[in-house]
Write a protein that binds this ligand. Structure first.
Ligand code: ATP
Length: 316
């Protein structure tokens, strides 16, 4: 069912540079959460802190009730087994074929027989649509296939939590759409807790249960997808609408007077989707594809989505 991650009062600095401070949020067990934020706001640092690769100055990260910021290396090693991580480039070994890359964690961390390893590797390759590519080297395949291979490798130890660091970077929009569907299908199938760092607003609007936004060294907001998509908070609105007008500048934050002027001149942004009371748009949620068994949580989401978007049709 995945495990809950409870972050409280987390602060991380490098020397005098504070990356973010006093971050508190709960990633609910089995749900998909997305972390957004302008470049350099410390999203990757946040992922690394959750796995215990970086130590925060203050605060706690409780995973299955244990504060990993206080664990010794040996215990941390045990907790890390709960995680699967998909790194930006898939982080595959260039000299190993896909089969051996995906089998690697099983050979390193378990005593399973080669026939058992074969069963697991082929099962995970099937889940990500890579059957038939076992013998390929990472250098011989596309970026999208490398991401899927990295994902298969992240799945082999049956993780309770999967962290995705910009899974969509460098992919064309069609590949991103396929990858998003794969992420939603996987979440329905394995029910682990997912945290995705992305810059892709379309993905952030459609895929998660929860969205968080880092800006100005703080977590501006973290909550259910609908809450952020309909939020009137200027930073959240600017980021989710991908526009220049607002508090987020090219390299740094803008001054308050300029922001006010820009927002006044802007009026309200439109777009496809359901109109919410705050006049923001609510993009339909991506649901598991046909043939994917939907656990009860997904049935509930599907019913809510149907009701929500039915209302729009009736209103129109
Ligand atoms: N090991 C480190 N030592 C010192 N500074 C670091 C270290 N790792 C990251 N930083 C700094 O932390 C800041 C945040 O980096 P991070 O990569 O987490 O940002 P990000 O939000 O993921 O950016 P992007 O969206 O561009 O990938 C940057 O200023 C970076 O230089």
């Amino acid at each position: 069912m995945g495990v809950e991650i409870c972050v409280e009062g987390l602060t991380k600095s490098f020397g005098h540079q504070v990356i973010w401070q006093d971050v508190s949020l709960t990633l609910p067990a089995g749900e998909v959460s997305v972390m957004l934020g302008p470049s350099g706001t410390g999203k990757s640092v946040f992922l690394k802190t959750l796995v215990g690769l970086l130590k925060p100055e203050r605060g706690s990260v409780k995973i299955a009730g244990r504060d990993i910021t206080r664990l010794r290396e040996h215990d941390l090693h045990e907790v890390r087994k709960l995680f699967g991580v998909l790194f930006q480039d898939g982080a595959l070994f260039g000299s190993m074929n896909l089969y051996d890359n995906i089998a690697f964690p099983l050979r390193e961390h378990t005593r399973k027989s080669e026939s058992e390893i074969r069963r697991i590797v082929l099962e995970k390759m099937d889940m990500v649509g890579l059957i038939g590519a076992e013998e390929k080297l990472p250098g011989e395949i596309s970026g999208g296939m490398r991401k899927r291979a990295g994902l298969a490798r992240a799945l082999v130890l049956d993780p309770e939590i999967i962290l995705f660091d910009e899974p969509d970077s460098g992919l064309d929009p069609v590949r991103v759409a396929y990858l998003n569907q794969l992420i939603v299908d996987l979440n329905a199938q394995i029910d682990a807790t997912f945290l995705i760092v992305t810059h892709d607003i379309a993905s952030a609007r459609q895929v998660p249960d929860n969205i968080g936004l880092l800006f100005r060294r703080e977590l501006v907001m973290f909550g259910p997808r609908e809450e952020l998509l309909t939020s009137e908070e200027p930073v959240v609105r600017q980021f989710l609408n991908g526009r220049m007008q607002g508090p987020i500048g090219m390299a740094e934050e803008k001054d308050a007077a300029q922001v006010e002027q820009e927002l006044a001149a802007l009026g309200d942004g439109g777009g496809k989707g359901t109109r919410s009371p705050g006049s923001q748009t609510l993009t339909p949620r991506l649901l598991p594809g046909p043939g994917i068994h939907r656990p009860p949580r997904w049935e509930a989401i599907a019913r809510r989505e149907a009701a929500l978007h039915q209302e729009t049709v009736v209103d129109a």
